[in-house]
Design a protein around this ligand. Structure first.
Ligand code: MLT
Length: 200
């Protein structure tokens, strides 16, 4: 997979970036540096093409997810994270997954559906993909999630709540930030994510 890497400074957090639909490995870099100016960055480009836009798994229209592709791409992404972690000498459990929209959705799916040492996440505007095949305990996971309110044309309150509940039911430590700014990331939530990260 195509990646961008910056080792950052020795006291920085390890941020693993997953962009939204139409983004690429550079899309969340400024956001990562805003959250932690010293951070190490490992950022992936989604390999699925949809009308020239990069994504992390296929869909057949807005919110019509291709579940076969979701599972296949989740396995590929996890393998790529394992490989990059080894190459860069970073333990899997030391990454903080930082995803936006489609990238947040696959990141949350990895934590819910794969038994992996990955355990921390900042998820901007994710939604439930409605896949709940696993029951293993998530009490080692700490996640922060934001919701854009009823002006978000993509993520419904119901879908966001379903995702939050899926994590809470399995004992993850969950922090929710609700805004009213729609699907775009805004300053208020960035500040909240930054505070959460500082205290991690
Ligand atoms: C997006 O456009 O990124 C979606 O709303 C979320 C997804 O497709 O996973």
């Amino acid at each position: 997979m195509k990646t961008l890497y910056d080792a950052g400074k020795s006291d920085g957090k390890n941020l693993l970036l997953l962009h939204g639909t139409g983004g690429d490995e550079t899309s969340l870099v400024d956001i990562a540096r805003f959250m932690d100016g010293s951070c190490r960055i490992l950022s992936f480009r989604g390999e699925i093409q949809e009308d020239g836009m990069n994504r992390f798994f296929k869909r057949n229209g807005l919110n019509q997810f291709d579940f076969e592709s979701l599972e296949e791409e989740s396995d590929k992404l996890l393998a790529a994270i394992e490989k990059e972690s080894q190459d860069k000498g970073v333990a899997m459990e030391d990454w903080v997954l930082v995803g936006y929209s489609n990238g947040a959705n696959i990141a949350a799916h990895l934590l819910l559906e794969r038994e992996t040492p990955l355990r921390q996440g900042v998820f901007f505007h994710p939604m439930s993909l409605e896949v709940h095949t696993q029951k293993f305990d998530l009490s080692d996971k700490r996640i922060w999630l934001s919701y854009g309110g009823d002006r978000d044309p993509i993520v419904s309150q119901e879908s966001f709540d379903e995702l939050v509940t899926a994590f809470q039911k399995r004992n993850a430590d969950v922090t929710v930030e609700e805004t009213s700014a729609g699907h775009q990331i805004n300053m208020e939530e960035l500040q909240s994510a930054r505070n959460w990260l500082e205290n991690l």
